[in-house]
Design a protein. Structure first.
Length: 117
């Protein structure tokens, strides 16, 4: 499930700002060997399963993880986790409580980034 119109998509901001804002709201960024793309994940455990709210971004100037790198945030997505296969995004029915939590978390993330940038 995609979350368009959050105020985050296509926003260009310093990697360090996004990283700090996301971490302060409970998102994790696992160090990766990718200098162009990054993903911030927020895990939601619900009685209907485990879900991941993901905020992807890619470098438009510089290399990740340099703090001064400028990243462009892409459309956030929600997926359901299936062991051992991974996260599925399409064809899923998501509980309204999970969707509401995602909308609230994304609004806070957008507000925090705006305040810091």
């Amino acid at each position: 499930m995609k979350f368009p119109d959050t105020g985050l998509e296509e926003k260009e901001v310093a990697f360090s700002i996004v990283q700090h804002a996301a971490k302060s709201l409970g998102f994790i960024h696992v160090d990766q060997w990718d200098y162009e793309r990054v993903m911030f994940d927020y895990k939601i455990v619900h009685h209907e399963g485990t879900f991941y709210l993901r905020v992807p971004a890619y470098a438009v100037k510089g290399e990740i993880p340099r703090p001064s790198t400028i990243v462009q945030i892409m459309t956030p997505i929600l997926g359901k986790y299936y062991y051992p296969h991974g996260v599925e995004y399409e064809g899923e029915t998501f509980p309204q409580a999970v969707i509401d939590k995602c909308n609230n978390k994304l609004a806070l993330l957008a507000k925090t980034i705006k305040a810091e940038w």
